[in-house]
Design a protein around this ligand. Structure first.
Ligand code: ATP
Length: 234
């Protein structure tokens, strides 16, 4: 479904991605784990077209999307949930969610999507008339995923959904990510919380200073000595 071939991304002279290869098959949850500054967010932003790579190719659903604009990539079904939640504080939760569907022309589809989001996150339904700015951190993360689902993704890119959240909230959100996957959406998950990410993923990549250093199924990565030492607390 998605293939990155030898992707290089730079910020000025700094090479943040130094030739990475990643592939994702339909139906998978794939995770990229790595420390601070490894290039995880850069990888997602490169895939979603927010930053353009200086070399390499990105193929999505058999199309070369390397040079596509970000909104065209969203319309194709590749949707990113950004790190930091970016909810409009002075619009209601309902209004904010509707904005997520701005590319979906079919009104019936929009209301179906809204129903699906409220089914996954009943808390958002309860709060639909509240202003975005009043949501707690966990609710904002739910909202961010919900808004991305409103644009009808085939592949969802998640950037650090566990960031700043209490463990119980993280568990809830990761369970919902699994539910979304079981309902047919393929997922690429970027996380510093390697344990949680590998516990729901099928496969994973380890990213270190802009290079993929390891690639395996999640079970093997969880029991890999290097991964345990570096990312799972020994
Ligand atoms: P974190 O979990 O801390 O967000 P990350 O793995 O997502 O880390 P990136 O944010 O992708 O890492 O950063 C990769 C490298 O690129 C880092 O060295 C970072 O300092 C650098 N970088 C990121 N954004 C910019 C930018 N806008 N301008 C210059 N350098 C940047």
């Amino acid at each position: 479904m998605l293939k990155l071939k030898n992707i290089h991304t730079k910020y000025g002279h700094i090479e943040a991605l130094k030739g990475i290869d990643i592939h994702i098959k339909e139906g998978e949850i794939v995770t990229i784990i790595g420390g601070n500054g490894a290039g995880k967010t850069t990888t997602l932003n490169t895939i979603s077209g927010i930053i353009k790579p200086v070399a390499g190719e990105i193929h999505f659903l058999n199309k070369d999307i390397t040079h596509w604009k970000a909104d065209k990539i969203v319309a194709e079904g590749l949707v990113q949930v950004p790190e930091g939640r970016q909810i409009f504080p002075n619009l209601t939760v309902y209004e904010n969610l509707q904005l997520g569907a701005y590319l979906v022309k079919d009104k019936l589809k929009v209301s179906e999507k809204l129903e699906y989001v409220y089914y996954l996150f009943p808390r958002l339904k309860e709060r639909e008339k509240q202003l975005g700015g009043t949501l707690s951190g966990g609710e904002q993360q739910m909202f961010a995923i919900g808004r991305a689902l409103m644009s009808d993704p085939v592949l969802l890119l998640l950037d650090e959904p566990s960031l700043g959240l209490a463990p119980i909230v993280v568990q809830n959100i990761f369970k919902i990510i699994q539910d979304i996957n079981k309902k047919g959406t393929t997922i690429l998950l970027v996380e510093q919380n390697a344990h949680m990410a590998l516990s729901i993923a099928h496969r994973g990549y380890v990213l270190e200073t802009g290079k993929i250093t390891l690639e395996d199924n999640a079970k093997n990565l969880l029991s890999n000595d290097e991964v345990r030492k570096a990312y799972l607390g020994g």
